[in-house]
Design a protein around this ligand. Sequence first.
Ligand SMILES: Nc1ncnc2c1ncn2[C@@H]1O[C@H](COP(=O)(O)OP(=O)(O)OP(=O)(O)O)[C@@H](O)[C@H]1O
Ligand SMILES: O=C(O)C1=C[C@@H](O)[C@@H](O)[C@H](O)C1
Ligand SMILES: [Mg+2]
Length: 188
Amino acid sequence: MSDVSEIPIREKNIVLIGFMGVGKTTVGQLVAKKLYRDFIDIDEEIEKIYNMSVTDIFRKIGETEFRRVERELIVNICNHKKLKIISLGGGAYLQEEVRKVCLSKCIVYFLDLSWESWKERLPLIIDSRPVLQNKTLHEIEDLFFKRRKAYSLHNSKITINNLDAETIANKIVESVKFAWDIYQPQGE
Ligand SMILES: Nc1ncnc2c1ncn2[C@@H]1O[C@H](COP(=O)(O)OP(=O)(O)OP(=O)(O)O)[C@@H](O)[C@H]1O
Ligand SMILES: O=C(O)C1=C[C@@H](O)[C@@H](O)[C@H](O)C1
Ligand SMILES: [Mg+2]
């Protein structure tokens, strides 16, 4: 497969990062449709490899192995694929190698939701996110703010409080097209 280090900005993969449950999967699918691109959800890819849910992988195989596969998958996709919309799992970007490859090969969008808004979404996701289980709300809050340091390394931030998924996807598409036109105007 070819190396994509010199890839034109219009062909770069777009990567969505942010805390679990902020909507990376939901919004990524919409962005892919709007830009006529393929969508890759890293959690789904890992589930296909093991033919198990993320919850079962954590339980039966363990988080350490999950993180290794997650990292290798992301590094491989970022190095060898282009024109994709990629939604990471919420913890993937905590790995330095993942941050490095995403920032060097892709355009990284951070979906930024406030803690107050995020808390309302907890009941929707708690059962399918093993990292949240057996934690108090205070411990989850600590994790939410600790992880912001890693997410602060991005190319663009979209503040998503009170916005529906369609509106967020439109904002990303608008922002991507703006960047394309600034850095690589059509016809040049
Ligand atoms: N803008 C939104 N407004 C309200 N609910 C939303 C929005 N975006 C996503 N959701 C809902 O929040 C939940 C989590 O969304 P989603 O699975 O897309 O998050 P995620 O960021 O991919 O999480 P993870 O990091 O665990 O992969 C889903 O139930 C989804 O329907
Ligand atoms: O934030 C996390 O650590 C995780 C988020 C999910 O997307 C899954 O990747 C898994 O549940 C771990
Ligand atoms: Mg997801």
